[in-house]
Design a protein around this ligand. Structure first.
Ligand code: F0G
Length: 351
């Protein structure tokens, strides 16, 4: 196998014991891609996107899930459970199925992107769709997993955070140091927590000279941390981060404050603009939530913040193919013609 996987690559940095079953679906080691046209727009020296959509199930969740499922198996668990806006459930179902474990997922009715739904179905998860939002689903999952012998694999599970911190390790390994800024979407706030843990750990080990400022972005309709209070009815086109009461709220604000960064919000229009710019100016098709970091960066740049001389990394958390509906909905034009060469030549004005 060409890719060794995170459990094999970072045994010293992860909670792995002699009894932990090691396995991989090929997670981690994702590309860090530079976007020169967007660098010009932002006015920074170097702008990179970490393509977490290149993980086996198409999102960053696989980093944490490989660790969480390995530990669940080590503990003798037979069933895992999560609430999800889609990616966690896809990842849990894939990783659990590969180890012979059963997966139960609770999802908000009608608010899961099509590709994510297809994944959970194909990997054989037991799917319960509730007439409620993610926060309500997570609340129920917490209660159920405390009552029954079922392992919770949301990011409240500390092994998820441990696995996800490896994204920060990889950035430092590729760049040779930490970037100046790390831009990241914030939903349930596990990933910003994990990246901060990874950066501080590698800094302590002497692998980086500094830590980055952590720049988290929520969707304006689902921005509890920015508003300073839970949002009862979160709404956003970026369904992955449609969350009103993040489980790792305090850890996210700690990451913000300790790093000297910020947590701000971006509107759905700003998210959609960045979503299109990433696809049309950087060749990167991400899902809407994954465009929130660039939307935030553009917002700050437009408001006069200078990034001159800075090296910036944005986490592209999920693959654009997960949410084909949003992409097709926003299609500006498709020309329909008869199968006639001259009609096509005329319409395209190639000559
Ligand atoms: N980007 C994507 C594509 C996500 O799926 C999520 C979270 C986030 C960003 C935010 O990360 O929650 O760690 O702050 N998705 C979860 C899920 C909630 O159920 O798939 P976070």
């Amino acid at each position: 196998m060409s890719k060794k996987g995170l459990l094999y690559k970072y045994p010293q940095n992860l909670p792995i014991t002699a009894k932990t079953p090691l396995f991989t679906l090929g997670e981690g080691d994702t590309p860090l891609v530079r976007a020169p046209l967007l660098e010009k727009v932002v006015g920074c020296q170097e702008l990179y996107f970490k393509l977490e959509g290149c993980n086996p199930t198409g999102s960053f969740k696989d980093r944490g899930m490989v660790m969480a499922i390995a530990k669940a198996k080590e503990a003798g668990s037979k069933v895992v459970m999560c609430a999800s806006t889609g990616n966690t459930s896809a990842s849990a179902a894939a990783y659990a199925s590969s180890q012979g474990l059963e997966t139960i997922i609770l999802i908000p009715e009608g608010k899961i992107a099509l590709g994510k739904m297809a994944q959970a179905i194909m990997h054989g998860a037991k799917i319960v769709s509730i007439d409620g939002n993610f926060d309500q689903a997570l609340n129920m999952v917490r209660q159920l997993t405390s009552r029954y012998p079922v392992t919770l694999v949301n990011s409240l599970n500390p092994y998820r955070i441990e696995g996800q911190k490896t994204g920060a390790f990889e950035i430092i390994e590729v760049l040779g140091d930490a970037p100046d800024f790390l831009f990241i979407p914030v939903g349930n706030a596990g990933n910003i927590t994990a990246y901060w843990k990874g950066f501080t750990e590698y800094h302590k080990l002497g692998k980086a000279t500094h830590t980055p400022k952590m720049m988290g972005f929520q969707a304006a309709g689902a921005a509890p941390i920015v508003l300073g209070k839970p949002v009862e009815k979160p709404e956003t086109i970026a369904t992955a981060i449609r969350i009103g009461n993040p489980a790792s709220w305090q850890k996210a604000t700690a990451a913000r404050d300790e790093s000297g960064g910020l947590i701000d919000m971006v509107t759905d229009d700003e998210i959609l603009e960045a979503y299109h710019m990433l696809a049309s100016m950087a060749g990167l098709f991400v899902e809407p939530a994954s465009a929130a970091p660039l939307a935030g960066l553009l917002k700050l740049a437009r408001n006069g913040h200078s990034f001159a001389g800075n090296r910036i990394v944005c986490i592209a958390t999920g693959n654009g193919l997960k949410d084909p509906d949003n992409a097709v909905k926003s299609a500006p034009m498709i020309t329909k013609l008869p199968a006639d060469l001259s009609a096509i030549e005329e319409a395209l004005r190639l000559g």
